[in-house]
Write a protein that binds this ligand. Sequence first.
Ligand SMILES: Cc1ncc(COP(=O)(O)O)c(C=O)c1O
Length: 414
Amino acid sequence: MAPSSPLPASTATRPAFARWMGTTNQITRTFLAAGAIPGLINVAGGLPDPTIFPTERLAEFARRAVAEHPDEVLSYGPVEGLAALRDALARRFGSPALPLTRDNVLVTTSGMQGLDLIGKVLLEDGGLVAGQYPTYLGALDAWRPRAPSFRNLVLEAPGFDPFEAVAGAQFAYAVPNFSNPTGRMVDLATRRALVAAAHRTGTWLVEDDPYGTLHYDGAALPRLIELSAQAAPGEPYAGPVISMGTLSKEIAPGLRVGWVVAAPAMIEALTLAKQGSDLCTSGVTQRVALAAIESGLVDEIRPALVALYRSRRDALCAALSAHLSDWFDWEVPVGGMFVWAVAKDPALDTDALLPHALSAGICFSPSSVFDATGANRRGMRLNFTLNPPERLDEGMRRLATAVAALRRSRGGAA
Ligand SMILES: Cc1ncc(COP(=O)(O)O)c(C=O)c1O
């Protein structure tokens, strides 16, 4: 997708920035602003349904954070995050086989900052990233200033060779649980193989897991960092996996609280990078996050969240069947927030479809934005968590209208 709004000439003419802008896109801005467009049905973003935010409990946690810890939360805090929250996260993700302490944990201003810091610490200008393909567009955005090259890892492809895949890269990147954008879950054998390859080649392996708890069918699989710890069970973690998470999807993105769990030396490096980024994450939201974890709120609201989102996944897939099955194929995801739909006709260009979709009152994310080269123009990512079933049905009906309009504009061809 080409950028849609021109920058002031003075900014755009700085060569490095102009190059970077020439390769980026405006889809995130578009879908974050889409709520303000009357009547538009937005299935473009990974947006939770605001009606499930536990607002009263969070308001009470925020009030208590300021009333009970004013000096701590209203001052600058430690760059690496509040010790109590780091301890709570170490307990949440640790186990006897993976003993973690606060030295293994960095609190971040949500998942996006974790991705940005990883780029700052690990990526040389023009360096190589081995990324699960298609790739989360926020990760591409975060690393674009380094003008990296990308090796696309299609983890489910027959004959996928994990050693060839990660060797020589500055780091490898995967979203093993319900990937953004495809919703796919990486199977256990591939998880093991990726971890073994990272250990053997000494390549850092970034595991990005915002969606792991939004799991609708089947059993959970171990995180990459848990598999990595099996190399030295019970020892302090010193392996190559950098495991990231966020409260954005299971509580509320407005908290902007996430974390990185990794070997202490990597946490130190990321902390130095964070110092030059935002000094520290808000103490108020860190205290709210801590209370949400320690009070059990996160676990309490999960069953309702999972039930609601499962029913919406089913509603979106039913709507696709009703309106778009002549044009698209898709897989039913077992978790997460997205259905990935691929055009049956390779000539159906979803970049070209998007303006017709916006005119018809529906916004989706085209596949080009999940490809560092922008070349993949045959798919689209559809979110099912934000809208109730009747809106999802109406949205897919509008999308079918948009496909018809695109075909008409091309004289009957896709
Ligand atoms: C794979 C992935 N990583 C990271 C993020 C960043 O989320 P946040 O910055 O809200 O934690 C997202 C958000 O959609 C995501 O899908």
